[in-house]
Design a protein around this ligand. Sequence first.
Ligand code: PLP
Ligand code: COI
Length: 341
Amino acid sequence: MEKKNLDWANLGFGYMMADYRYVSNYKDGKWDDGEITTDANITLNECAGVFQYAQTCFEGLKAYTTEDGHIVCFRPDLNAQRMVDSCERLKMPVFPVERFIDAVEKVVKANEAWVPPFGSGATLYIRPYMIATNPVIGVKPATEYQFRIFVTPVGPYFKGGAKPLTIRVSDYDRAAPCGTGHIKAGLNYAMSLYPIVDAHEQGFDENMYLDPATRTKVEETGGANFIFITKDGKLVTPKSDSILPSITRRSLMVVAEKYLGMEVEHREVLLEELKDFAECGLCGTAAVISPVGKINDHGTEICFPSGMEEMGPTTKKLYETLTGIQMGKLEAPEGWVKVIV
Ligand code: PLP
Ligand code: COI
């Protein structure tokens, strides 16, 4: 199978139109059989629920080429389950877990030529999503939906790859208590656009959102969870009902404990204690693990001892172990790696 002729090593995190996508439609209370198509465009009524009341949610996962030439993806069952949770909260019909995994497999297989080669530094980003498609004008759930998956080859989410990021503490909130922060609703990202553009204009890479109720606890950024390493080598990750339960973060907690013998704490993290950590990073499918060198809290800088030049040593170990598992260099825990080709 011949690969596309792309400059794999220099891809950014952007959309490139691949050859095939998966589509399934929901009508009269059921999903159709679904199919792979070549049509990248969607034509909808002007009053479709997705346009009026943002009834949409999505997922993000990746496919990797392993050293021995297989194409695999990482824990797609957890993405499928999180999408079930998103759909339930948004009153959308659930796309069954088994069908989600099957659709991922079909769309990756169809686009094998777009899966970056092993060692290129690039991966195939897989974007499943669901939209409300029939006209809705009173505020209520739609009755018709479309589930789609497209893929696009990507490089690092943050320009500069492993160069430590500078984050600022945001004055805006990402998610309300008892709101939708714990699911992957499109609306969560719409409301993060103003603060992220503003952060970039002010010279920061990302926003650190705090808990909206007390503004004393660390939540997450617009697209990744935080990890912290204490001076005595523990992994600490913030716990809150309004944080998106990152699959990368949940996996890192296992990697830290089972592969690296570290102590792991999943608990509330106070803004006040940031200055005591040795290392900080962002984790997510897109971000993988991106080191954070500095956090700016309204002019007060918290500089981590790991500095602004390279990833901290423990973050690096976590990064190498996780990507080693994803790329098939290290043995994965049972069920983590799904072989597609
Ligand atoms: N937090 C937010 C708000 C996200 O959008 C993402 C990306 O999916 C993550 C965290 C990381 O989650 P995961 O590791 O499942 O990709
Ligand atoms: C991901 O990591 O998959 C995300 O969805 C983060 C961002 C691109 C929204």
